[in-house]
Design a protein around this ligand. Structure first.
Ligand code: SIN
Ligand code: FE2
Length: 219
C-alpha cells in the first residue's frame, strides 16, 4: 500500500491504454504534454467564473466545486439540472472553450475511436481532500451519440465505473495527472463517480484534483 501511494503521485508513462468497456478507454498520460497549459487555462476560467458548490434538486450541497466553459454550462439547483448559456453566479456567459481544451478533447476522442468530436460544454470540477462524486449518469445532453471525454489533472483519484444500472458492479481505476477517460457508444450512459480524494500536494495544482469533462450537449 505504502509504495503504491508513493508512486501514484508520479505521472504515468504515456501511451498505455486500458479498455474499460466496448466503447470506453482509459488513455494513460494522454494529456501530460499539455497539462501545464490546461491547468493555466483552468485558472483563467476560475478567475472569470469561480468554482462553486452547487445544490442538488434534493437539497444537498455537492462536495465537488464546479464551474464551466463553453457555449453551455452544466448547473444544478433545487429546480433541477440544466445546461445554461449564462453562468447564474455572475450573470454572464460562461468563459469560452480555450483552443487547447478543444484540440485535446478531439484528439482523445479520436484515439478512442470517436471522430469529429466537437464539444459545446466543459464542466470543470475541483476536488480537495475528502471530496467525492457519487455514482451518476451523464444524461442531460441531447446528443448521446457523442462520447464524454474526462481529463484528470493534479492529485490522483479513484474513478468508479459502473454499469447501466445503479446497482451494477463498479470497477475502480486509478486516474492520475494527465490521464484521460473516454466513454461513448454503448458505454455512454454507464454510472460513474469518484471516491473521496486523498490528501496530497501536486506541483501544478497544489492540494487539488481538477477534472475536465467535455460534452456535446446540442445536436
Ligand atoms: C464527472 O463525472 O463529471 C467527473 C468525473 C471525474 O471527476 O473524474
Ligand atoms: Fe459525470
Amino acid at each position: 500500500m505504502f509504495t503504491l501511494d508513493l508512486f501514484s503521485d508520479l505521472p504515468r508513462s504515456t501511451g498505455n491504454r486500458q479498455q474499460l468497456g466496448p466503447g470506453a478507454w482509459l488513455l494513460e498520460g494522454f494529456a501530460l504534454a499539455t497539462a501545464r497549459e490546461l491547468v493555466a487555462a483552468v485558472e483563467d476560467v476560475h478567475q472569470a467564473s469561480p468554482p462553486r458548490h452547487l445544490v442538488t434538486p434534493g437539497g444537498f450541497t455537492m462536495s465537488v466545486a464546479m464551474t464551466n466553459c463553453g457555449r453551455l454550462g452544466w448547473t444544478s439547483d433545487l429546480r433541477g439540472y440544466q445546461y445554461t448559456p449564462v453562468d447564474p453566479l455572475i450573470q454572464r456567459p460562461w468563459p469560452t472553450l480555450p483552443p487547447v481544451f478543444l484540440s485535446l478533447a478531439a484528439r482523445a476522442a479520436e484515439a478512442a475511436g470517436y471522430t469529429a468530436f466537437s464539444p459545446d460544454a466543459c464542466l470543470i470540477n475541483t476536488y480537495t481532500a475528502g471530496t467525492r462524486l457519487s455514482l451518476h449518469q451523464d444524461k442531460d445532453e441531447q446528443d448521446l451519440s457523442a462520447p464524454i471525454v474526462s481529463v484528470s489533472l493534479g492529485l490522483p483519484a479513484v474513478f468508479l465505473f459502473g454499469g447501466a444500472r445503479r446497482t451494477d458492479p463498479v470497477q475502480r481505476y486509478e486516474v492520475r495527472h494527465g490521464d484521460v477517460v473516454v466513454w461513448g457508444g454503448e458505454d455512454r450512459l454507464r454510472f460513474h463517480g469518484v471516491s473521496p480524494l486523498k490528501q496530497g500536494e501536486h506541483p501544478l495544482t497544489g492540494a487539488r484534483r481538477l477534472n475536465l469533462t467535455f460534452r456535446k450537449v446540442n445536436l
